[in-house]
Design a protein around this ligand. Sequence first.
Ligand code: UT7
Length: 331
Amino acid sequence: MPRTVFAALGTYVPDRVVTNEDLTKVMDTSDAWIQERTGIRERRWVREGTENSDLALEASRRALAKAGWEPKDVEAIVYASLSSDHMFPGDGCALNAKLGIPGVPALDVRNQCSGFLYGLAVADAWIRTGMYRRVLLVGSEIHSTGLDVSTRGRDVAVIFGDGAGAALLEATEEPGRGVLSCHLHADGRFVKDLSTDAPGSKYHPRVQPRMLEDGSIYPHMEGQKVFKHAIVRMPEVIREALAKNGLEAKDLKLLVPHQANLRISQMVQRALGLRDDQVFNNIQKYGNTTAASIPLALEEAIEARGVQRGDLVGLAAFGAGFTWASALVRW
Ligand code: UT7
């Protein structure tokens, strides 16, 4: 049975840098609070008119150039995002059109911060069963246009950033390489603890003037509750992956956790007894980019940490739903 390897990664962030200091001009917050509670120094926000799939397209082009693939080499697209341009269709089809590959299937994944890993699990299953040999997996988000950038929304608004990451996944028969396993979980009892209520199909019409006033068009997060679950579920799901493969935390060359909050990553690291050089974070520069955060950090980490063929790489995420997931890859 073939295994799935990462043929190349590509990333793209908008050029507009928004610092913590910039946010203090529109809400009651401070650089010190944001850095101390989240580790974030700055994030990227798009300029008006940018589409979610524009970010994905640039990330995909960069990955394609690195791998030496043409768009026509892509046999299927898996597109993870919570911030698609429209309620429907999802942006996978938009990316298909922008890449100029009509006919190539496009699956949209809505699993928020775990979206990239849910997408990886699907792509890996397709590749293992021989359905496709080359899959483009993208995580792409535009949060900035959906945030309450006032003091009312400050707990959420300071965290999120825009960006995209693309991975070209390919079948290999080479022994000792590839995705070892993916582990997915969800617990819908916490649906309302991190969610955006409107527009929603239970409302008629789906978006109403009062929603602009009462803030239900903006994300709502029970921050402390999310935090407490994240620091339990992420180590747990990484241990699950290690146990499944007869491996231990010390075997990890690199762990790339979803970039939700630097304190969460540090607590996950401690819970697993990992050294600093085993864990990579770049939330300081990009904030939390949900489905894009793992590929955005992974691309940088592979280079920065000198990951070589055969090294063990762990990925883990936790987010809205709640959903959480992990994957282990022999690079
Ligand atoms: O990626 C998906 C999953 N998301 C996460 O994993 C996020 C998980 N949660 C978190 O990262 C943290 O809960 C936050 C960063 C969102 C908040 O940090 P916290 O340490 O849990 O703060 P808090 O919500 O308990 O608020 C503490 C205080 C409050 O003031 P009082 O009630 O003590 O007077 C807040 O009003 O900090 C205040 N506050 C702020 N102050 C300045 C909340 N947001 C801000 C802000 N600037 N941006």
